[in-house]
Every structure is written in structure tokens, then in C-alpha cells.
Design a protein around this ligand. Structure first.
Ligand SMILES: C[S@@+](CC[C@H](N)C(=O)[O-])C[C@H]1O[C@@H](n2cnc3c(N)ncnc32)[C@H](O)[C@@H]1O
Length: 187
């Protein structure tokens, strides 16, 4: 399930298997009956649903008693290299923040789940700032690239590349960190 039709088209092409169906829908308004779902898994999508309470209430509604699942959600500290570079350039409009693990955990408890949470850092490596920004676009954080609909100027990009490289470049390239919370929930 994804709210974007294009994402569902890609998933359908790549993972077309027996016993699999794909659906365009909003995680905050699940098109499933009460107590009808045996298990849930979500990958890197729910950071865009804030606060998480609405999604968690929906999950609690549709899951069968005893059903469980894991939600992998981008958390506070993600994209820190990019955020720090923007900050150093005084461009706070481009900074994207994410919720901390404790906030997600508390929301899951509030929704009625028994839950536990762990966090893991993943680092992706990129050859230049264009590749960094392209990867950000892929995860849906285009707000980092466009401020108020304005595309970044060549000068802004050059400044960003210089600042990012000075502060973070390694032999592997430019790092971009992802903090991922794995929220395990059981109804
Ligand atoms: C980084 S992509 C992850 C896609 C896929 N789950 C994966 O792991 O490859 C984030 C996805 O969250 C989806 N998304 C954002 N808000 C959503 C919502 N309210 N309901 C369902 N999907 C949503 C976006 O459309 C986007 O495809």
C-alpha cells in the first residue's frame, strides 16, 4: 500500500507474485475492515505522517487481536550532514526534522499497542551534492530541494557542495545518515 499511484505501479511491476495485491491508499485512513489484518510491515513511509497517532489508531483498528508487526521509520538525526550544511549556510528553510524514538514509542503505547523500539544508523555514500540531493528526492523529502517552489540556484548548490565537502567528505565520498527506528507493535 502507498498513497502514490506511481509507487504502486513500480511495486506491481517489480514484485508481482501470487497472493499479492497492491493498493493506493492513505496510511491515515486504511481501507480495511476492523480486526481483519494478521500482521503489518511498513518501510520508511510513516515519517511523513506526523503526529503518528492517526496512523497508529488506524493500525490498531484494522489489526486482529494478537496481531503484530514492525514499522521502520526515519527518526531524529536523519540527514544530519545535509541539515548541518544548510544551517551553516543560513538556509534553515531547507532543514527537515524527524521525530525521536521516544515520541514514536509513546504514540504506539497511547494507541493501545504493546511495543518495543530499537534504532539503527545507516549511511549512504554519494559522489557529489547532486547525488545526495537526488537520493533525498527518492525518499520524498523534496522540501529539502525546493523552498516555496523555488529551485536551488547554481550558486546555492556550489555553496552547499563546498560546505558539505569541507565538513564531511571521506575517501568513500559524501556520507548521508539515516537513523531508522524499528517500532515493533502488538495488539
Ligand atoms: C521513502 S518511500 C518508501 C517506499 C517503500 N515503502 C520502500 O520501502 O521502498 C516513502 C513512501 O511513503 C509514501 N507515503 C507518504 N505518506 C503516506 C501516507 N499517508 N500513506 C501511505 N503512503 C505514504 C510515499 O508516497 C512514498 O512512496
Amino acid at each position: 500500500m502507498d498513497i502514490a499511484g506511481g509507487m504502486i505501479d513500480v511495486a506491481r511491476q517489480r514484485y508481482c507474485m501470487a497472493n499479492t495485491t497492491f493498493q493506493v491508499a492513505d496510511a491515515e485512513n486504511l481501507p480495511f475492515a476492523d480486526s481483519s489484518i494478521d500482521g503489518v510491515f511498513s518501510s520508511m513511509a510513516l515519517q511523513w505522517c506526523r503526529p503518528l497517532d492517526k496512523v497508529l489508531a488506524e493500525l490498531f483498528r484494522v489489526m486482529k487481536p494478537g496481531a503484530g508487526g514492525t514499522l521502520a521509520i526515519m527518526a531524529q538525526g536523519s540527514l544530519k550532514e545535509l541539515n548541518l550544511s544548510w544551517q551553516r549556510l543560513g538556509e534553515c528553510a531547507h532543514i527537515n526534522t524527524f521525530e525521536p524514538q521516544a515520541t514514536m514509542y509513546q504514540a504506539a503505547c497511547r494507541a493501545g499497542f504493546r511495543c518495543s523500539a530499537t534504532q539503527q544508523r545507516f549511511i549512504s555514500w554519494h559522489k557529489d551534492i547532486f547525488a545526495v540531493l537526488h537520493s533525498i528526492k527518492d525518499i520524498g523529502a523534496s522540501v529539502l530541494i525546493n523552498s516555496g517552489g523555488r529551485t536551488l540556484s547554481r550558486r546555492q548548490l556550489q555553496q552547499l557542495q563546498a560546505c558539505y565537502s569541507d565538513s564531511f567528505a571521506q575517501p568513500e565520498g559524501l556520507p548521508l545518515s539515516y537513523e531508522v527506528v524499528f517500532l515493533r507493535i502488538q495488539k
